[in-house]
Design a protein around this ligand. Structure first.
Ligand SMILES: Cc1cc2nc3c(=O)[nH]c(=O)nc-3n(C[C@H](O)[C@H](O)[C@H](O)COP(=O)(O)OP(=O)(O)OC[C@H]3O[C@@H](n4cnc5c(N)ncnc54)[C@H](O)[C@@H]3O)c2cc1C
Length: 672
């Protein structure tokens, strides 16, 4: 199959060759010389990020929503342009779902997270580099709390399957661990049928290529059987999306699997074989990289120009050794640091308690009027992190000379309605003064509960339980840190120990050592647990049918007693209902986004851009930061053909990156 549509246009566009970088950090960040790449095709993707002169039209910019997406967009615009920026935030605080609460308890203080709590490093072509870059710019690297790859939180993840926690396959630390995990595959009922389904997967008939999307549940059941889907996959989708796998879009959330299924229409190899052949260390040692990440390569060049500064490099190296990370003051440290920096910038106005009621565009002046707090102000560009329901009010028939609006076309209305569903999650945080509450045999990140668990084992409709204390202290392997410290001392004492390079290296090692062994989020000893409930299970429930926060605490305690035998009374127990907090990507999401993209181009001529989980088909904090950076970049360089949704209006293309050499090539499927 060949490339078509917009991609063909890129083939004729001007190419800009990015500065090749070599060495450890370059490879760490997935950035390599382009000389041996299937250069033509690769360059085609990169040209969309070709730099232009700074956009003279971007003088006044409005940001709608002061969560991490809006804050990251404001940060990037304020540090890279001279534009005047106004942030509109409906509530009286910034941060959105990010909310870290510090509480005094007997013996010290503890931290509860009410929204996101940990970030994946996601270096390489992942979205994490934009975060690394921003952390370095904000100068908050010292506050990072890394969770080492060898910690229980990194190696042990569980699924509850009546009536106990089952450890999932993952990194092994000892022979005993290998036996334990392999043994579980044979003995645990949750894995029943998995081996035969894996064996037969290559022989499953591929989908009709005309099918544009299907649910995650249907897709996985077709290929791997209903046991794997309902017992295992549903648990992971509960953990990330609080969602129903039979409603979520496979094409959006399993893009690589979706692609691999029809990658070889002639030789039907199956998804697992293709993954094994292309990616395993034994065969080709490659990684699949989505074309849109390659497309962002020149943007990444922009990002990478600062990772060559020491601060970002240090962070990247630290994170490469970590499974996930957070901050001593919780993730709220990121949002509060951005807020503080923006508040000091005279070009930035922060309007809290200012809900945006309307947005209109005047095509003759190319100005966007934003109505917030019943006041109209005019802007050259808008970046919105608000969802499709709000967007519907902003997409009407914009008039040539005035700003009155009509109704959006039917297909746009349909796309906005269709993609606007969300899940509500009840978060219950509990603190116990007993530091050994969790049995040593199940120490780990926590556990998820699949849809197949019967009602009487999960009447609370819990999605999962996080052992929060496991990610509240550095958990750096003391052996690793010990060795690092000794290396450091040797280096400092060696004859060349005083030269600049050795000093730099020593400083970096000291930085890593301090983060891996330093203080954590809590000063009081004890155990913190977080129970998440609801999500898709509560879909369609009226507000009065949902449990109150007091009821939720009792439900959480009952669940912990049933699942983990915890009978102790918590010293602190608090609950919060996060209403409509996680977008649910329905089957056909890509089409919806493509429709909205085209509407934004025709209505706002590219001056209205979107970022955030509603629009990027991913809920991760890193994804929000990267998307915010991309749209800020698009404004900075006057790329009015980009709305933040343009990728949905193009073919999806995959590249393979050799893990040894870092070289990229367009997946051969396209060259056939
Ligand atoms: C419980 C929970 C746990 C999570 N855990 C993780 C995790 O561990 N790791 C991870 O990577 N991600 C996690 N996520 C996802 C991540 O936190 C979110 O995707 C991210 O915070 C979304 O940020 P945002 O700025 O796009 O949206 P929001 O945080 O929703 O911010 C949008 C802002 O817009 C404001 N607003 C709304 N309407 C208007 C209006 N009309 N006018 C002006 N302002 C308005 C809102 O008040 C809000 O402040 C989690 C999410 C939740 C809810």
């Amino acid at each position: 199959m060949r490339l078509s549509g917009h991609n063909v246009i890129y083939k004729h566009a001007v190419r800009r060759v990015t500065r090749p970088r070599t060495g450890h950090v370059a490879s760490l960040c997935g950035f390599h010389s382009t000389s041996n790449i299937n250069s033509k095709s690769l360059a085609d993707f990169r040209t969309i990020y070709e730099r232009r002169d700074v956009n003279p039209n971007a003088k006044e910019i409005a940001i709608l929503g002061g969560g991490i997406t809006g804050l990251a967009a404001a940060w990037n615009l304020s540090t890279r342009t001279d534009a005047k920026i106004t942030i509109y935030e409906k509530s009286d605080r910034l941060g959105g779902w990010v909310d870290s609460e510090v509480l005094d308890v007997n013996g010290g203080r503890i931290l509860f997270e009410w929204g996101p709590r940990t970030l994946r490093p996601a270096l390489g072509y992942g979205p994490g580099m934009a975060t690394v870059d921003m952390l370095a710019e904000l100068n908050i690297a010292d506050e990072i709390l890394p969770i080492s790859k060898s910690s229980p939180a990194a190696t042990n993840r569980y699924i509850y399957y009546p009536d106990h926690l089952v450890v999932m396959p993952g990194p092994v630390k000892s022979f005993w661990d290998i036996f334990r995990r392999l043994g579980a595959l044979w003995t645990e009922p949750i894995f029943q049928g998995i081996l035969s389904h894996v064996r037969s997967e290559p022989f499953v008939k591929i989908r009709d290529p005309k099918i544009q999307d299907e649910s995650v549940g249907d897709f996985l059941t077709r290929r791997f059987g209903s046991d794997v889907t309902d017992n295992l996959a549903s648990a992971f989708f509960h953990g990330i999306y609080a969602g129903d796998i039979y409603q979520l879009s496979a094409r959006t959330l399993l893009p690589l699997f979706w692609y691999l299924e029809t990658r070889h229409t002639d030789k039907e190899l199956g998804i697992l074989w293709q993954l094994l052949i292309e990616t395993s260390s034994f065969f080709k040692k490659a990684t699949f990289v989505p074309g849109r990440s390659i497309g962002a390569k020149d943007l990444r060049a922009d990002i990478m120009s600062s990772p060559l500064n020491d601060a970002a490099m240090q962070i990247a190296i630290l994170l490469q050794r970590s499974s996930v990370y957070t901050f001593k003051g919780g993730l709220g440290e990121i949002t509060s640091s951005i807020e503080k920096a923006l508040a000091e910038n005279p070009n930035v106005t922060i309007q809290k308690s200012s809900p945006v009621n309307g947005v209109t565009f005047d095509k003759s002046t190319k100005q966007i009027t934003v109505n917030g707090n019943n006041t109209d102000l005019k802007y050259d560009y808008v970046v919105s992190s608000l969802g499709p329901n709000t967007m519907l009010n902003f997409l009407g028939a914009t008039k040539q000379h005035d700003s009155r609006k009509g109704s959006p076309p039917a297909d746009v209305q349909q796309a906005c309605h269709h993609s606007s569903s969300s899940a509500s999650v009840m978060v219950v945080n509990l603190y116990y003064s007993n530091p050994s509450l969790i049995p040593a045999s199940v120490r780990g990140f926590g556990y998820l509960i699949p849809r197949s668990v019967p009602f009487d084992s999960n009447p609370e409709r819990a999605l999962g339980v996080i052992f929060s204390s496991e990610t509240s202290t550095p958990q750096g392997s003391s052996k690793e840190s010990e060795k690092a410290q000794q290396r450091l001392i040797r280096r400092m004492e060696s004859p060349g120990g005083n030269d600049a390079v050795a000093k730099k290296r020593a400083t970096r090692e000291m930085f890593i050592h301090e983060r891996e062994t330093g203080e954590g989020q809590d000063t009081a000893p004890g155990t913190k647990l977080t129970v998440m409930m609801g999500g898709h299970w509560w879909k369609g429930w009226q507000p009065e049918d949902l449990p109150s926060e007091d009821e939720a605490i009792e439900m959480a305690k009952a669940l912990l007693k049933r699942h983990l035998g915890i009978d102790e009374a918590p010293e602190v127990a608090k609950a919060r209902l996060n209403r409509d907090c996680i977008p649910q990507y329905p089957v056909g999401y890509r089409e919806d986004m493509a429709t909205i993209h085209r509407s934004l181009i025709s209505e706002y001529q590219g001056r209205f851009k979107v970022a955030g989980p509603w629009w990027q088909g991913a809920v991760g904090f890193n994804d929000c930061i990267r998307k915010a950076r991309e749209v800020a970049w698009a404004i900075q360089h006057g790329k009015d053909e980009m709305t933040g949704l343009e990728e949905y209006d193009r073919d999806e293309v995959w590249f393979l990156q050799n893990r040894d050499t870092g070289k990229l090539r367009l997946d051969r499927w396209y060259d056939e």
